[in-house]
Every structure is written in C-alpha cells, then in structure tokens.
Design a protein around this ligand. Sequence first.
Ligand code: PEP
Length: 244
Amino acid sequence: MPTRRPLIAGNWKMNGRLKDLAWVETFAEAVSADNCDVLVCPPAILLHAFAGAFQGQGISLGAQDCSPEPDGAYTGDISARMLKDIGCTHVIVGHSERRDGHGETDALVRRKAEAALNEGLTPILCVGEHLQEREDGRAVGAVLAQLAASLPDADATRLVIAYEPVWAIGTGRSAGPDEAQEMHAAIRAAWPGADGAQLRILYGGSVKPDNVEALMACADIDGALVGGASLDPASFARLVNLSS
Ligand code: PEP
C-alpha cells in the first residue's frame, strides 16, 4: 500500500500585497507539522517576492494559472516556462473561477496541464460539479466526465487532482466527509493508469481548521486546496498542523 504524503495548498486568489511578506514569518512560527507538504499559490505579480521568502521555510511556490503556450505573442499571459524560471514547482489549472469566469474549456485546461508537465511543473488539476448537478444526483458522472476531458497523459505521481465542488468554494459550505470521500474514491477508481494508488487527490471548498481533521481522516483524501483560510497565516498553520 503506497503512502501518499499529505499536501496542503493555499490559493490566495486575487489577494495579497508586498507588505504581506510578513505572512511567512507568522506562518513559520506557528507551523509545527513536518510530515505534510505545504504549497502556497500567491497572485502572479507576487511570485517573485514570495519565492525568496518561502525558501528555507519548507513552503513550495505555486501559481494559480498558466498559458497553454510556451512563449510568444500572448499579451498578458504567463507561461509555465516563466513560472518554472521564477521558482514555481506547481501550478493550478482548471480552477472553477477560471472555467466559469473566463470560459475555460476542458480542452484548454488539458493543454495548460500539458504545458506545465512539459516544463517539469506539477499541475494541480481542478474538477468539481455545480450545485444543480449534485442536486440531480449527477455529481460523480459530471466530475468523471470533466476529469476525462481535461486530464493529460501522465503518471499519477506527476500531477495532483483537486476535487472542488463549485457550490462549496468560498461559500462556507463544505462537502461532508462522506460526500467528499465518495468522489475521491470514484476519481481514484477511474484513474486510467495502473498507478492510481499513488495519485494525490486534494479536497477543496471551504476547508477550515474546524473541518480539516474529519476530511483528512477519509481514506482517499490526501490533502486540501484552501482558499479563504490560507490568507490568515495563523489559521493556515493550524490547518496544516491538524492535517498531518
Ligand atoms: C479555492 O479557492 O480553491 C477554494 C477552495 O476556496 P475556499 O477555501 O475559500 O472555499
């Protein structure tokens, strides 16, 4: 039985300023877990500043999005190559705020994940159903279809899947452990390779210090993608401590 090391990833979304470099010191003082990987994804404009601050603190640097293209005339875009160059190890692709807010299709998300893999970055590929799909009993089918259409061809150890039910993101309403576990088990069972037991699957959607332990106790939940609760360094440290 392979052991999957927990990964707690913070997604700051469009929050943060240079003055928030103090976040790192407060987090480092409060965190005590050492058997858990920690990743933080600040906005692109802050990546360079935080790359230095995270070094030596056991915090990996991730981006929130990347272009599917390697270089070229794509005004405003940032390539996976640039992210790698600046010190990123991971990049989130297919977050619902990009799928729904920027019209990103499964095909585009797949190309972004491939671009990340080509540069040696680990894509964190997000999938998740909308409320109507859950209420209609179609959640598992919807998520597995989305996953199949946006998944690049890669070994399980080269990427991370984040299951993020859209109705749970930023709403304060998390999926219950049973709901989340059912989806994570379905995702693992549907993994196309023989190495699905090694796949890290994160849960995301209103994860907080008061619900993370119950989620992490589930057999197929290997960590969390955390939005709002990652902005407060003490709260994020508590969440990491409770996850390991
Ligand atoms: C997210 O941004 O991926 C997320 C899960 O946000 P929140 O934790 O705020 O629901």
